[in-house]
Design a binder for this molecule. Structure first.
Ligand code: SF4
Ligand code: MG
Length: 268
């Protein structure tokens, strides 16, 4: 299928970087699963020749985690927008982050609801005027980078649709990272909130000597930055959810006489 986004939508750049990243990593399409939620960006799996799941609104992460548990050989991508990730799906984010499944989660953040024609979203700035908040939003925006760091995501980065080379590199790094990689991608909605020019003016790369292993420093920057920084804020390594789950089930099976059949027989 050909993408049916509005001409100029930031999601095109994310898709193109995703094509480049997957081909650079030389991953066979049949070994990749892209799970998406509801929203304009949720259409992404339809435009990839990998396996795909376009799931219930806000439920990208539990599905992605389920795919990884069922077949840890697969490369699993999660994609969605700011509404899917941080409104209806927000309850899943902290748990996916702390569980650390080997999933690369790409959130195309345009600070607005695009698919439903331009309402205020969880990442819209305070005072944002839309048809859902005609007098300006009274709520401050949530901070996805700080959230990801606080909840122990092991790879936390921000990219921008207008910087496709850097974006491709971030996606490659996010996929290669062993654990939960969260990428907030500033991806303008040219139809309902065109931020391309404004964001081009204000984005900054992280300093060249940025130490991405310093969690406190990364969190401090995420909480205090006046302009959006691009790059990897934080990365660390710890066992993935799949490794721990496999270890636990192997341990349980080792102590269970007769394996799974024996366990079932106990209840028969
Ligand atoms: Fe992209 Fe906005 Fe159009 Fe959706 S409505 S396809 S986010 S430009
Ligand atoms: Mg959105």
């Amino acid at each position: 299928m050909k993408p049916i986004w509005c001409p100029g939508c930031g999601d095109f750049a994310v898709l193109s970087s995703l094509y480049k990243a997957l081909s650079e990593l030389n991953l066979p399409p049949e070994d990749v699963v892209c799970v998406s939620g509801i929203g304009c960006s949720g259409r992404t799996p339809e435009f990839l020749s990998t396996y795909g799941l376009h799931v219930v609104h806000g439920r990208v992460l539990p599905h992605a985690l389920g795919v990884r548990l069922a077949n840890p050989k697969l490369t699993v991508l999660g994609v969605g927008g700011d509404g899917d990730a941080f409104a209806i799906g927000a309850g899943h984010f902290p748990h996916a982050a702390r569980r650390n499944p080997d999933v690369c989660y790409i959130v195309m953040d345009n600070e607005v609801y695009g698919l439903t024609k331009g309402q205020t979203s969880p990442t819209s700035k305070a005072d944002f005027k839309t048809k859902s908040t005609p007098y300006g939003s009274s709520e401050p925006a949530i901070n996805p980078i700080a959230m990801a760091i606080v909840h122990d995501a092991t790879f936390v980065a921000r990219g921008f649709s207008a910087q496709p080379q850097e974006l491709t590199k971030l996606i490659v790094d996010g996929i290669q990272h062993k654990g939960f990689a969260f990428l907030q991608i500033m991806s303008p909605c040219v139809t309902f909130f065109d931020t391309y020019a404004a964001w081009k003016e204000i984005v900054h790369p992280l300093p060249e000597d940025w130490d991405a292993s310093d969690k406190a420093k990364a969190l401090n920057l995420a909480l205090t930055e006046e302009v959006p920084h691009l790059g990897v804020f934080y990365r660390t390594e710890r066992p993935t959810f799949e490794e721990r789950a496999t270890w636990a089930s192997e341990k349980a099976m080792a102590t269970q006489k007769g394996g799974l059949d024996g366990l079932i027989a106990e209840y028969a």
